[in-house]
Ligand binder design. Structure first.
Ligand SMILES: N[C@@H](CCC(=O)N[C@@H](CS)C(=O)NCC(=O)O)C(=O)O
Length: 137
């Protein structure tokens, strides 16, 4: 069975998985998914109805970018995505979590809270002092 990733071009979470697949040189069929008009097939795979979803070569289904990356990294350890000792790996995961949390704010429309400016979805990223380019797509 061919490894398959359900994704959208613009999804930063799917992009995270695509980068790890590419770094590990893992072949994968990419299935562009219309998340505004989700197919029965897609909803049958993803209980949360979100991309990315990975179907592995044995037909097992994994969803959520962090869990997919963790699965890939443990199954195909070279090159390693979460490197180093326990503390270094934790720092790496925290960086990933921070990026995901910031992106959650961009992807969702809930930008107006705690005084953040509604018209600027990148305001929280700017407040965190991170380069906007690394989040833009
Ligand atoms: N925590 C999830 C977030 C995935 C996510 O929010 N994906 C968006 C695209 S960027 C999606 O599929 N949204 C469809 C929807 O919410 O209906 C992950 O890391 O995979």
């Amino acid at each position: 069975m061919v490894r398959t990733l359900y994704y959208t071009q613009r999804s930063p979470y799917a992009r995270k998985v695509r980068i790890v697949l590419a770094e590990k040189q893992l072949r994968c069929e990419l299935k562009e998914t219309d998340i505004n008009n989700k197919s029965k097939e897609f909803l049958g795979l993803s209980p949360i109805g979100k991309v990315p979803v990975l179907v592995n070569e044995n037909g097992l289904v994994f969803w959520d970018s962090t869990l997919i990356v963790e699965y890939l990294d443990e199954t195909y350890p070279r090159p390693s995505f979460y490197q180093g000792d326990r503390i270094e790996r934790l720092c790496c995961r925290q960086g990933e979590k921070l990026a995901d949390s910031l992106i959650d704010n961009v992807v969702s429309n809930s930008h107006y809270e705690n005084g953040y400016h509604r018209t600027d979805p990148f305001s929280k990223i700017k407040l965190a002092g991170m380069p906007i380019q690394s989040f833009a797509y």
